[in-house]
Design a protein around this ligand. Structure first.
Ligand code: FAD
Length: 390
């Protein structure tokens, strides 16, 4: 593995950093206060090619790959974790489902809108009574002559209530347990039988909408079933393998931002006649942040590299679970730990909403929950380590 980015990746990183500074930072503070999502920013991101990294060439794919997506997402999250979300919603979720399991017709129907951000995407798995236990879902899809009728509720879904399209999962045969779940592409999230409601009461990610979806006899045509009936659980797990990488890259962006802020603050803030950075205990905290950030980056890049290797060889990305779970768990915990330490380094100013670290502290908590909690990543990792999973 090459530990240096080539010129192309470096250029992508610079471009994304530049974009974040020019297009996101100027209105960010105000948008955070107003909990404002700006569709035009997602469209602008699309124009930079952010969502074409893993798309086929005929759908404006730019060959940046998982590594390109990772590096660019990291740079955006460094400025605002909220704005890292579209990488997942426009690309890592629905696009990997299309890449691995989509028919030509499905690809033609969904890729253009996702890559250009003319349609906003989402992936809906979680339900009020089913989070970690995906097979515990209650949503059902009843077979009709020409398709399916979906009934149920999904909650804590990123991109709701602004999503135009989605991939979701429902039981077509409850008696078969997880082998009775099927995957569906939703062409119009504003159609009859589908309601999207915002979740306003949340700790962070104020510029990234999160919400609930109710399906009430929502019709999905047969052509929008993904794979075969009963393959939904497998499709969902394979998709999560890629969305996990994306949340891990956002966590790395948060770690980077926190180190930069803390180094600056430790050099500027003086107590007892010297910059606080001269105190050994502050150095200990900065060193911990630094080490964990470096380790997180390498694990995340290894996961992206492994996916790229598969994707470039086969056009698909399947079994990368172990490395992705290791990266996701470690990056999530490192970001959260860095935010915890940053709050201490900033003292009372860490507690102030006038300073940036409290925002990263709040936003960083999501990485320990989304795409499978840290506990769930440990269950997966231990399963491999013990030889129970292959
Ligand atoms: C900001 C945000 C955005 C999100 N976006 C999406 C999205 O786009 N799409 C989507 O489908 N979902 C999304 N989610 C939901 C998220 O994926 C779930 O919250 C997550 O999977 C955990 O489910 P839960 O909250 O129901 O917790 P639970 O599953 O109820 O877990 C509660 C606790 O029990 C622990 N636990 C559960 N099972 C085990 C076990 N077997 N072993 C050890 N510990 C266990 C968990 O680790 C956790 O600590 C989002 C959540 C948030 C907060």
């Amino acid at each position: 593995m090459d530990f240096e980015f080539d010129e192309e990746l470096q250029a992508m990183r610079d471009m994304a950093r530049n974009f974040a500074e020019r297009k996101i930072r100027p209105t960010m503070e105000e948008d955070e206060k107003e909990h404002r999502f700006r569709r035009e920013i997602v469209e602008d991101m699309a124009r930079q090619g952010f969502f074409g990294c893993i798309a086929p060439e005929e759908y404006d794919g730019n060959d940046a790959g998982f590594m390109g997506a990772t590096v660019m997402c990291e740079e955006i999250a460094r400025v605002s974790p909220s704005w890292g979300l579209p990488f997942n919603l426009q690309m890592m979720g629905m696009q990997t489902v299309l890449m691995n399991h989509g028919t030509d017709e499905q690809k033609a129907a969904f890729y253009p809108g996702l890559v250009s951000a003319k349609t906003l995407g989402a992936f809906a798995i979680t339900e009020p009574n089913s989070g970690s236990d995906v097979a515990g879902m209650g949503t059902t899809a009843t077979v009709t002559d020409d398709g399916f009728l979906l009934n149920g509720t999904k909650t804590w879904i990123s991109g709701i209530p602004v999503a135009d399209v989605a991939v979701t999962f429902a039981y077509t045969d409850k008696s078969k347990k997880h082998r009775g779940i099927s995957a569906f592409l939703i062409e119009d999230m504003h159609a009859e039988g589908i309601e999207q409601i915002a979740i306003e009461s949340k700790l962070g990610l104020y510029c990234a909408p999160t919400g609930e979806i109710t399906f009430q006899d929502a019709f999905v045509p047969k052509k929008n079933l993904v794979g075969e009936m009963g393959e939904g659980f497998k499709i969902c797990m394979i998709m999560l393998d890629s969305t996990r990488l994306s949340s891990a890259s956002r966590a790395v962006g948060v770690g980077q931002a926190l180190i930069e802020y803390c180094v600056q603050y430790a050099n500027e803030r003086t107590q007892f006649g010297q910059p606080i950075g001269k105190f050994q205990m502050i150095q200990d905290q900065i060193a911990d942040m630094y080490i964990e950030h470096e380790a997180a980056k390498l694990l995340v890049y290894r996961s992206a590299w492994e996916k790229d290797k598969q994707w470039r060889a086969t056009g698909k990305v399947f079994k990368t679970t172990l490395n992705t779970s290791v990266a996701k768990l470690y990056a999530a915990e490192a970001a959260s730990h860095a935010a915890n330490l940053a709050m201490k380094i900033y003292g009372s100013y860490g507690f102030s909403t006038e300073y940036p670290v409290e925002r990263y502290y709040r936003d960083s908590k999501t990485y320990q929950v989304v795409e499978g909690t840290s506990n769930i990543q440990k269950v997966i990792i231990a399963g491999f380590a013990l030889g129970y999973r292959k």
